[in-house]
Design a protein around this ligand. Structure first.
Ligand code: GMT
Length: 408
């Protein structure tokens, strides 16, 4: 059996890959799910081992299997040990389906469960001891910048990273931050987030049909309403209140509407603020949405005023749809958004500057169109699945080959 990428076809051997992630709302779950979908489309056999079906999956895709982690609730357990149930399921699936590797997204607790699973396989079965099961951990952001830094998780996050056979980070910023915060000297591969540029694309006909549902077109001398969008899990780190505040300033200057996609802890505070600022009837609170690729292209601008983003997947998805972002200069955002070219960057909390820039841009159709085109070009030149998925495949082959050389 060949283990290298075929130089003639550029094809990677068909692999059996276990993927674990947080399956509900959140960038890391989206990336893990989209990665599984793309790998399956390229012929790999994908096994999602997660607490529920990842929200972007139907469960009927070819080459994709779903293994639900069942957590037994016993009254004695104040906190049912999900990590242990996950490790058990990972070990079972790895054995039953002869997986080639486990790829976990978000370090805590997934990398630890994977390490436990491997140890169980190795110690339980003499034959399996000769079979090597590499573990790859992809770091996404808050696992490093927030959760992993808490004293209760820091040493075990460090352990999970050090013991993984391969570690990837979704931006150079996150790689550097991980090295510094956890004193990691081993290799961390930067594989940036990606978007399917055939799915996330602006179709002018669809926009013309769907946009009037959210923003009025020009009529009887009245200009068309501008449409802004924000997409997140409404956690404090996303600063949704800044979105509402900046939007209220924009709406005071020109006819505009806002689509708020997502849900989470700050939704109710955002609704209260929208009422207080008198813009609640100009905002569509859409809640969690499955097919954001149908909504994003409708907008003129995205607002992403986050306190921190290790990458900013929502901005990338919007850019692929030709929607530039007004965002904050934090974390890895500048690896995606070039200020003044394909979006605009501001200090955290400066809603006045964000609003002023948004008003100027929305009033300058030529500049907005140039920025929208540059945003699409950045996405298609650097972040398309066609470019990034082969990088993951090559990385898998490298880690598998290294393991086989070390542990024949
Ligand atoms: O930002 C969140 O709250 C979700 C979080 C996650 O892990 O699900 O997002 C992180 O991963 C995304 C996908 O790789 C990145 O695009 C986000 O920038 C990153 N969030 C932060 O760093 C705050």
């Amino acid at each position: 059996m060949t283990h290298a990428i075929d130089p003639a076809t550029g094809c990677s051997p068909r692999r059996k890959i276990g993927i674990t992630c947080y399956p509900t709302y959140g960038g890391s779950g989206v990336v893990a799910t989209e990665l599984g979908i793309e790998l399956a489309a390229r012929g790999h056999e994908i096994h999602f081992i997660t607490s529920t079906l990842p929200f972007r999956l139907s469960g009927r895709e070819a080459n994709i299997h779903f293994h639900e982690v069942d957590v037994y609730h016993y009254p004695l357990f104040e906190h049912p040990p999900y990590d242990l149930a996950l490790a058990t399921r990972m070990a079972e699936v790895a054995e039953f389906y002869a997986l080639d590797l486990l790829h976990v997204h978000y370090a805590i607790p997934h990398s630890i469960s994977a390490l436990l699973a491997r140890q169980m396989i190795e110690t339980q079965h003499e034959a399996a001891r000769r079979r090597y099961l590499p573990i790859i951990t992809t770091l996404h952001g808050t696992d490093i910048t927030l959760v992993g830094l808490d004293r209760s998780y820091l040493p075990i996050t460090q352990f999970g990273i050090e013991q993984s056979d391969g570690v990837t980070a979704i931006s150079s910023y996150l790689r550097d931050r991980t090295r510094e915060a956890f004193n990691i000297h081993g290799e961390i591969e930067v594989i940036r987030n990606f978007v399917n540029c055939n799915v996330y694309i602006r179709n002018p006909e669809k926009v013309a049909t769907m946009r009037p549902r959210f923003a009025a077109p020009a009529s009887s001398g009245k200009p068309a309403e501008k449409l802004l969008v924000h997409l997140s899990n409404f956690r404090p780190v996303k600063r949704v209140l800044d979105v509402v505040e900046a939007f209220a300033r924009v709406a005071a200057a020109l006819p505009a509407r806002l689509m708020l996609i997502g849900d989470g802890p700050d939704r109710s505070a955002a609704e209260h603020l929208a009422v207080r600022l008198g813009v609640v009837d100009r905002i569509d609170f859409l809640g969690k949405q499955d097919n954001v690729n149908e909504l994003l292209p409708l907008a003129d601008l995205m607002l992403m005023p986050s306190e921190m983003e290790s990458f900013g997947l929502a901005a990338l998805e919007a850019m692929a749809c030709g929607v530039p972002s007004i965002a904050t200069r934090v974390g890895g955002v500048a690896e995606l958004i070039e200020d003044g070219v394909n979006g605009l960057l501001f200090p955290v909390g400066d809603t006045q500057a964000m609003a002023t820039a948004a008003i100027a841009l929305l009033n300058d159709e030529a500049r907005l169109a140039a920025m929208a085109a540059a945003a699409r070009k950045t996405a298609s030149d650097h972040f398309c699945t066609t470019r990034i998925i082969p990088v993951y495949e090559a990385y898998y082959e490298r880690i598998i080959a290294r393991g086989q050389a070390e542990k024949p």
